[in-house]
Design a protein. Structure first.
Length: 430
């Protein structure tokens, strides 16, 4: 079709996503060439284990044991980093590729969340392209939406469900009426959990993704350390069922928005209306909601992980490079990104409070008094089945600050009428 030289790829990391990329390049070679105007070829690969059976023939490609060597080969135009991890071989090879003048496509959210500013500055100084669509929300093209399609908007808020494993556990808890531990074990058996499960259930993986979206949306330097993180390990089946009883569902929800105090970034369990797009999200699916001053609210839903969706995102970036499209890593020059002033969640919201009280006269009155003294007013309250000694109580507050809720919880703990630790979950307007 064309005499233009092929775009030559070196792929490091031949797990699920790497194998998916190989399959796409082979299956859709003619389609890719038609859409980009030049062939795309794989010339070399790297992985830890040559002997592993991966279900695809790799013998036609050169093999490098060291990803740094792969990243600096003369016959590689684009280095595709699918190793993972914030440091080690992934970081060393990406830095080597940039120094050697190679374009880089990566799916590594941890690397960019921790070192994105420095890596982006190096890439842009070298005049090369660094793309990372596959690092956030799998097959959903949210990076492209923010950097290109919505670039004419002032973004006011970005939020979403960005970890499919957590959404799978939470929705299965409701569907099966099983507790967290049982569904955690089920997710592990299905291979949904990272080698370190805390990356998933602790909200870390999703927090990495939120920090990257925040940088693009608000023109700030990536600051993962400023993301308020809370995982799903404290969510009980009772929380799931009682939230449903009041018209809500619980999601591990990431929210980033600017306030008068600075940039608010939080990844935590939230209640959302059951009939909202986020409330209806099932299983391992991801959803990102973007709000802009011109476009209003945009909802993007799709597969957040897996061979096909994530490899599709990788290839979208590769094909843009093949077309000659250049764009700053985070949507504006890295040197123009400003350090954000981190802000704790200050926007008022309603809260779901769960606590277990001594079943004796005056216990509930003491709790209500403490809430009132802290400036927290009660909107709705329900008391569920109890035994002779304790009574589970659910309270939904009117909108207030998290600071006021924390003051109230501290005071409630000091009353001596509460068994265990109260739980507070924000109710998000969506």
């Amino acid at each position: 079709m064309t005499d233009i030289a092929p775009l030559r790829l070196g792929i490091a990391g031949l797990g699920t996503v790497g194998v998916g990329v190989v399959k796409i390049v082979r299956k859709h070679a003619k389609l890719i060439e038609k859409r980009t105007g030049r062939p795309v070829q794989i010339v070399a690969v790297a992985a830890r284990n040559r002997a592993k059976e991966r279900g695809v023939d790799l013998t036609r490609y050169d093999w490098e044991d060291d990803p740094v060597t792969l990243a600096t080969r003369d016959d590689v135009d684009v280095y595709v980093e699918l190793i993972g991890g914030s440091d080690g071989p992934a970081k060393a090879s990406v830095e080597a590729a940039i120094a050697a003048g190679k374009h880089v496509v990566t799916a590594n959210k941890a690397l960019l969340a921790h070192h994105g500013q420095a890596i982006a500055e190096a890439a842009e100084a070298a005049g090369i392209v660094l793309r990372f669509e596959a690092a956030v929300a799998g097959g959903i093209p949210v990076i492209k939406a923010l950097t290109e399609g919505l670039a004419g908007n002032e973004i006011t808020r970005v939020m979403g469900v960005m970890n499919g494993t957590c959404n799978y556990i939470l929705t299965r808890m409701q569907a099966t009426r099983q507790g967290y531990e049982a569904l955690f074990d089920e997710a592990a058996k299905l291979g949904y959990l990272e080698a370190d499960p805390q990356l998933d259930v602790g909200g870390i993986d999703a927090g990495h993704k939120l920090s990257l979206l925040s940088s693009i949306a608000f023109g700030t330097q990536v600051n993962f350390d400023a993301v308020e993180l809370e995982g799903i390990t404290r969510i009980t089946l009772e929380d799931i069922e009682q939230a449903a009883d009041m018209g809500y569902r619980i999601k591990l929800l990431g929210v980033a928005q600017t306030t008068g105090r600075g940039l608010e970034q939080r990844m935590s369990p939230c209640l959302v209306p059951s009939n909202s797009p986020l409330g209806q999200l099932e299983g391992g699916t991801n959803m990102v909601v973007i709000e802009g001053d011109m476009v209003g609210q945009i909802v993007m839903r799709g597969a957040g992980a897996g061979e096909g969706p994530t490899a599709s995102a990788v290839m979208g970036d590769v094909m843009d490079i093949a077309r000659g499209i250049t764009i700053s890593t985070f949507g504006k020059p890295a040197t123009a990104l400003t350090p954000a002033v981190p802000a704790k969640a200050a926007v008022p919201a309603a809260f779901y409070l769960r606590m277990t009280l001594d079943d004796k006269p005056g216990a509930l009155a003491k709790v209500a008094a403490v809430l009132g003294d802290a400036g927290v007013s009660i909107n709705r309250m329900r008391q569920y089945g109890h035994d002779e000694t304790v009574a589970p109580v659910i309270i939904v507050t009117h909108k207030c600050s998290r600071e006021a809720v924390d003051r109230a919880l501290s005071g409630i703990g000091a009353t001596g009428v509460v068994k265990g630790e109260p739980v507070a979950i924000r109710i998000e307007d969506v």
